[in-house]
Design a protein around this ligand. Structure first.
Ligand code: GLA
Length: 662
């Protein structure tokens, strides 16, 4: 139903005349109609899938409330399309709604049109699939930057959002320019580490009796540095040069150790509690995973390079520990790529890695020799998500192989298990994780167990009972604001299921150079969005798995990953996850308890322009004066009577820690 002169534009004529844009038929003929679908829609940031010109996000003809549209933009909330108008556009028109493809009544979306500094020019009510298209007709006098946003009241599921028949009219010459995000300076807030020693590794570590421990005392400060430990139980040894504690403890119990790191300028002292029992992973895992950068292009060389860079960049000194191989270390079921071909299992059924990983034990030894731990990936189905060999009916053998090779972490991804069990019962969802749990319990090695099944069956409610050290609560993240914020801010309510040894996992980090394949790009998140990402994931006590190419760490990305006061929020031994304690429109305050009685508090601005966000002590359950410290800047801000307010940039955060004032 292509219209040369859209009806909605006719409806706009009086407005255009009133704002002096058109002075008669002559002016009208000079006007240009710029359809959104004809602009560079690759700049759309959205929470799921790809934007489509003239089709829905799923690739069907645009359809809202039974009405079909030939032109328009099909997107998925949470989404943003930013247009640089240069201040010369006259008007914007569209018919908006949730696409019929998701089924009557499903999906919920709120459409917003915003002007300069995030000023809301128009907003729809909450719309669902089946609702009639809602017309938007707006004059745009002097608007320089237009943001077409779609938000969701709750979950982003099925929020297939259409900007049908959408166009910007220019009275004179001009054309909107789509931009990927509003340009922001990448300001480094993290101060440089002091030359004096500071111990940053986790202050509590869990180990099973008789299983090998590798704990590296992570410390910043000038080298040379020597390490010592008081009260180290017999069975463990510390290398004073590398700071690595290795060995095994056969008796259950808690061991209180005091760690020392010393250089020419001074000495740092810090307690470490070693808990020998049934629990490992007492604080969220800190590490790297190959998926968000290399995906199917991962190789053993790339994994080694990541381990090398973890050390040479200095991130190891901030407590980063795991180097995890995701999918594609196994043989592929039908790839034409010879490096993914080969025998899948030996005669007795043991898995054989693909030719890119000729020596898994050698690789694990290489990573361990650097003081780091190593992880890998499989699926309970016959194939992984990428179509490689997985563990179905070989669970015990695979667990044995992982242990023999010396692996410390397993991500176990549902995927093709969907062909074995539809996943429509709780028992069915739990079974494959119980089977692998039992297999891991039989091996003589501590292997952290990370469930990946995207949150099915409210996995947070039973993940710990089934023996998961963490469980993904969502589908896959990407490096857009819509995806990251859509996932991160939806974690509220899960906090009651997190604790030492078992954490919610809202997926891996998307800062630095990412790309999911051979070609990489700098994250599409703005600097403020990256501060929000790291702050929120730390508050959520989420596993932090760096998803970028470690060999291409730029100073800004390094600064995001090396702020010890921020990482301390993530690694706090209480293992609490933050909850949302206040919301006012797009301004949110999240807080978590820290072991020392303080609170870590994030003041977030999900809106489109800078705004003042206030954390009220009453909302935090606090009374009286509180001492406030800015964690990114590592600066005391003073004492505050009953609240703390800060100006927070668009999509940004101020992360503070609050102690009762003396
Ligand atoms: C799924 C997971 C991702 C990644 C890929 C690998 O999509 O959610 O994190 O592991 O599989 O194929």
């Amino acid at each position: 139903m292509k219209r040369i002169f859209p009806a909605s534009r006719l409806a706009l004529l009086p407005t255009l005349l009133a704002v002096g844009c058109l002075s008669g038929a002559g002016a009208l003929s000079a006007a240009t109609t710029n359809y959104l679908a004809d602009l560079d829609i690759s700049q759309v940031s959205q929470g799921w899938g790809e934007p489509h010109a003239n089709l829905s996000v799923d690739g069907h003809p645009l359809s809202i409330g039974g009405q079909k549209f030939a032109k328009g933009l099909g997107t998925h909330a949470v989404s943003e399309f930013i247009l640089d108008l240069g201040g010369h556009a006259d008007s914007f028109s569209a018919q908006v709604g949730v696409d019929d493809e998701v089924g009557q009544g499903r999906g919920a979306a709120i459409f917003k049109v915003l002007g300069d500094n995030g000023q809301i020019l128009w907003q729809s009510k909450e719309l669902h699939s089946g609702d009639a298209p809602v017309p938007v007709n707006l004059p745009l006098t002097d608007v320089k930057r237009l943001i077409l946003a779609v938000e969701v009241p709750e979950a982003i599921d099925f929020a297939h959002a259409d900007w049908a028949d959408a166009y910007v009219v220019y009275g004179k010459k001009g054309r909107p320019k789509a931009i990927s995000s509003i340009h922001e300076e990448a300001v480094i807030l993290t101060p440089k580490s002091a030359p004096t020693p500071r111990i940053n590794s986790t202050s509590v570590v869990g180990e099973r009796p008789g299983h090998e421990l590798l704990y590296t005392i992570a410390a910043t400060g000038d080298r040379p540095m020597t390490f010592a430990a008081d009260n180290l139980p017999a069975g463990l040894l510390l290398d004073p040069q590398t700071g690595r504690i290795t060995g095994t403890l056969s008796d259950k119990g808690e061991y209180a150790v005091t760690l020392h790191a010393k250089n020419a300028l001074g000495e740092a002292v810090r307690p470490l509690k070693i808990v020998v029992g049934s629990q490992i992973g007492l604080t969220p895992a800190l590490g790297w995973n190959s998926w968000n950068c290399f995906a199917s292009a991962v190789t053993a060389e790339k994994v080694k390079a990541a381990a090398d860079a973890m050390v040479s960049s200095g991130l190891i000194n901030h407590g980063w520990t795991y180097i995890n191989i995701d999918d594609f270390w196994e043989v592929h079921h039908d790839s034409k790529d010879p490096t993914l071909q080969g025998p899948q299992r030996d005669a007795s059924g043991h898995i054989i890695p693909n030719p890119r990983f000729p020596d898994m034990k050698g690789l694990a030894d290489y990573v361990h020799a650097k003081g780091l731990r190593i992880g890998l990936y499989s699926s309970p189905g016959p194939w992984t998500c990428g179509g490689c060999v997985a563990s179905w009916q070989h669970e015990e053998q695979d667990a044995q192989s992982y242990a023999q090779w010396g692996f410390d972490y397993l991500k176990y991804d549902w995927c093709s298990y969907g062909g074995i069990d539809k996943g429509d019962t709780l028992a069915g969802l739990q079974k494959p994780y119980q089977v692998m749990r039992a297999a891991l319990d039989k091996v003589n090695r501590d292997i952290l167990f990370s469930f990946c099944q995207y949150g099915m069956g409210n996995v947070w409610e039973w993940g710990a009972a089934v023996g998961g050290n963490s469980w993904r609560t969502t589908g896959d993240i990407n490096d857009s604001w819509g995806s990251m914020a859509g996932i991160g801010f939806r974690q509220n309510g899960h906090e009651k299921y997190a604790g030492p040894g078992h954490f919610n996992d809202p997926d891996m980090l998307v800062v630095g150079k990412v790309g999911w394949g051979p070609s990489l790009h700098p994250t599409h998140l703005t600097p403020n969005e990256q501060y929000t990402h790291i702050s929120l994931w730390c508050l959520l006590a989420s596993p932090l798995l760096i998803g970028c190419d470690m060999t291409q760490l730029d100073p800004f990305t390094f600064s995001l990953l090396s702020n010890d006061e921020v990482l301390e929020v993530n690694q706090d031994p209480l293992g609490h996850q933050a909850a949302r304690i206040a919301v006012k429109g797009s301004l949110e305050v999240w807080a978590k308890d820290m072991q020392d009685g303080s609170k870590a508090v994030g003041l977030f601005n999900r809106g489109y322009g800078s705004a003042t966000v206030t954390a009220n002590w009453a909302d935090l359950g606090l009374t009286g004066k509180q001492k406030v410290r800015d964690l990114w800047r590592q600066q005391d801000l003073g004492e505050f009577g009953d609240s703390y307010s800060a100006e927070v940039p668009r999509h940004g955060v101020v992360l503070i820690r609050v102690w009762p004032a003396k």
